[in-house]
Design a protein around this ligand. Sequence first.
Ligand SMILES: NC(=O)c1ccc[n+]([C@@H]2O[C@H](COP(=O)([O-])OP(=O)(O)OC[C@H]3O[C@@H](n4cnc5c(N)ncnc54)[C@H](O)[C@@H]3O)[C@@H](O)[C@H]2O)c1
Length: 251
Amino acid sequence: MGKLEGRTAVVTGGASGLGAAMVTRFVEEGARVVATDIDRERGEVLAAELGANCTFIEHDVADEEGWARVIATASGFGNFDVLVNNAGITIMGSIESLTLADWQKTMDVDLVGVFLGCKYAVAAMKETGGGSIVNISSAAGLRASADLTAYNTAKAAVTMLTQSVALHCGRAGYGIRCNSVHPGVIRTPILDKVMAQVEDGEGMMAGFVAQHPIGHIGETDDIVNVVLYLTSPEARFATGAPFIVDGGLSL
Ligand SMILES: NC(=O)c1ccc[n+]([C@@H]2O[C@H](COP(=O)([O-])OP(=O)(O)OC[C@H]3O[C@@H](n4cnc5c(N)ncnc54)[C@H](O)[C@@H]3O)[C@@H](O)[C@H]2O)c1
């Protein structure tokens, strides 16, 4: 029997990279998955590949009305008890070079989207006996870089948002756990998008590898395994915790 047999999960940013890897593994583990993304084309292709247990919904995580639709769909499948707030963007820029528009865009996707996801999931999960919310932050939420001003700030805020949600749900006795995961650099399409923003992309990649004491960057499975653990009863005593899976990057 799969680890998520008979359960329903929502994964945001599910069309690409880490999100697509989670959606795929969750379906393999028996879950009914609602994958959301702004990238309809990739999302629909993935859902078609995975078959009846995967439903794709086009949704921008910063769109509050859309969240009601996403959660209603997941609740309609029954046993909705897993949400992974995974969608994210990285816009590079220092305090001098970053524009207000880029700052606000980053906050909308990387922080407001997580806030809304937690808010709507708690409202649904508290009615059905609880669940597990996993917020994908970053090692960059623990350690700053001069050129990641907005991303560092949003990802650090996700750590604190996670703790506040965990405390609230504990106090209310909802049976809802909320944890954050902090990946190091992982081989996904987001890396191409970051490298495209600088002159020496290859040099940047070599620098990424050098920053990881373990000697290499990570693969999607390194993160999916931890997320799967956090959704399972084995993690029943874990809440409000930052799970750092970064090859030592944040040390
Ligand atoms: N890859 C890494 O090195 C790394 C490291 C640390 C943290 N993370 C975090 O992991 C998460 C997934 O990143 P990834 O590497 O898979 O990137 P990715 O670019 O491959 O995938 C991100 C997905 O989010 C979607 N998305 C973007 N804006 C959205 C919005 N407004 N609403 C809904 N979906 C939206 C994109 O279309 C894309 O499918 C992000 O939160 C990222 O910050 C990634």
